[in-house]
Design a protein around this ligand. Structure first.
Ligand SMILES: Cc1cc2nc3c(=O)[nH]c(=O)nc-3n(C[C@H](O)[C@H](O)[C@H](O)COP(=O)(O)OP(=O)(O)OC[C@H]3O[C@@H](n4cnc5c(N)ncnc54)[C@H](O)[C@@H]3O)c2cc1C
Length: 137
């Protein structure tokens, strides 16, 4: 899912889209990498089921690359100043990848650079499935 992030600085407003990438949250990412390493070393990977919870939360995880462009938004977000800057987040927007458990057929995704981020949760989901870490319930 995409969110529109608006930055309000002194006499300026900049808007850019960002994608929720839940698997990039530190605890999840570290657990997934540890599970993949464990599997590659021939062990039995395990994952704390709390990390897979789909219960509603009051936060979203965005991964934002700093393009270091003076007039760009990513640089401002990386140097965010709580005292002077304001940010507004609107969304979710669009239908995401539109895949459901009823989806059929073959899907091919092409991406590069930060363009991988809209697909990163799907990649994590495929990795978890390959590691047998998706609970049946
Ligand atoms: C649907 C969608 C989802 C997205 N999801 C994410 C995400 O999850 N994470 C993420 O990090 N980004 C994501 N992006 C990209 C994001 O919206 C911004 O484009 C990105 O953060 C760069 O914004 P910026 O304002 O810092 O740079 P901008 O100023 O917008 O610059 C963008 C590009 O233009 C080039 N550029 C700008 N000025 C110049 C110049 N003077 N000379 C040469 N080149 C220049 C930059 O090198 C850069 O490649 C997404 C975009 C879309 C459309």
């Amino acid at each position: 899912m995409n969110y529109l992030v608006s930055f309000f600085g002194k006499n300026e407003r900049i808007e850019r889209h960002y994608t929720v990438s839940s698997c990039m949250r530190k605890p999840f990412y570290e657990a997934l990498v540890a599970s993949l390493k464990m599997s590659l070393e021939g062990g039995m990977p395990a994952l704390n089921s709390d990390l897979l919870s789909t219960a509603p939360t009051s936060s979203i995880g965005l991964t934002i690359k700093n393009y270091s462009i003076d007039k760009g938004l990513s640089k401002k977000l990386h140097g965010f100043d709580n005292l002077k800057d304001t940010v507004q987040v609107k969304g979710p927007m669009g239908k995401g990848l539109g895949l459901t458990s009823d989806s059929e057929g073959t899907y091919v995704a092409f991406s590069a650079g930060t363009g991988i981020l809209p697909f990163i949760d799907l990649v994590a989901r495929i990795a978890l499935g390959a590691l047998n870490l998706i609970p049946e319930s």
